[in-house]
Design a binder for this molecule. Sequence first.
Ligand code: MN
Length: 490
Amino acid sequence: MKPDRPKTIRIKKRTPAPYKFILERVKTYLPNADLDLIARACEYSIAAHKGQLRRSGSLYVTHPMRVAYFLAKMHMDESCISAGALHDTLENTKTTFGDLSSLFGVQIASLVDGVTNISKAAIQSKAERRAGSFRRMLEAMTADRRILFIKMCDRLHNMQTLGSMSAEARGRIAKETMDWYVPLAARFGIYWLWRDLEELAFRHLEPESFAQITKLRAERIRELQTYEHEVTRELRIRLEQAGINGVIKSRNKTAYRIHQKFEEGCKDLDEIDDLVAFRVLLSETSECYEVLRMIHAHWQEFPDTFKDYIEFPKANKYQSLHTTVKGPEGRRTVIQIRTHEMERLGERGVAAQWSPSQKAVYDDYYTHVTEFIDRLVRSEPETPPLEFGQTLTEALYVDEVQVFTPKGDMKELPKGSTILDFAYAIHSELGNRCTGARIRGQFGPITQELVNGDSVEIITSENQEPMEEWLAYTRTIKAKRKIRQYLKSS
Ligand code: MN
């Protein structure tokens, strides 16, 4: 039974439909999808936004259509994609919740409503309003993760079309994207979204650096072409000799990641090993280790560069083998080895709900992250929204080091964490009494930064106690909080 449509909105059949690209995409992963539902949502959106233009001068409806497409790219279900197509109808058209709910069902109406509520403005300063709306977003995503995905795709398209906004708005929106959406996409392991949002935000935050780096990078990559072909050829020969089927890809570092390297003190593009990096995609996990052995037999490996993220996945579930070898022309060559499945999951992260083997893992992980954020929201209800935004950014910080207890248990800490952070990560009493640690047989002071693979044996003393300056020696929120608690109570 087809529900009635409002009389004022007439739906014309178009051939080819301007949303055909969305349906085509959905067919690739949901062969039995209710395409009619999505088509109706698109038709409704086109009719409802009729006559509206975006700042760029293009038809408004191109925006919800792109958002719906991104959601299809993320392999979302029909309701989510339909809600994406409709996501601005409550805010920008005469459509009501009742209209949506009678036409498309209460589920889709609620998704659209959830997305709309996030941007509802309270009477506050602009900055506080933004922080408040982010907080509402976090609350909404615990209700239904699809609201978060719609909001993120909405943000991606707004970032892609930011050029037509005023300079002030560009800076503000780009900063907000960098501070909140990027860490969230990273934490959820949605790599393509993370990378795109980060690069776009950087481009608008620092247009001059972006232009300069892009130009330098293009020149350097041209010069590296022969080298790139040579590595690819060598890798292919190794695979053929072993009779293993695999795909070899190369990829260029993004402008933002290069910029980060410069910020860390790197002076020249030549100092960046993975300006061009290589990826070998295979069918089986066992083949990954086999290919790694072959690569190490052929090219000399640089010490301490091998990382096994298959055995020890990153916090966001990323899996791969990483190694740096002395490749052609003696160049430091970064190679990542993983299965096709790991590659797909790495791109999609928690949005990879259609991987039968990984669904449970990612469901648990999504719950884990949202609970963590939820606790953060609850534990600091009085925190002003702005400060809360900063706390969250830090809490979502994703660049991590993996370190081990003497028993071999792994702990993940944000990059830049110290021995003191590690002690507090294990137990607050261990932190309070910590005087240093033994790492690789050597004594390290509490301020020493940890590096990947460190095995850390904490040394304590009964006479030790936390001091004010310890706050500066720690990187993690947990350690800082414990130190503050101690200082207050003593
Ligand atoms: Mn929108």
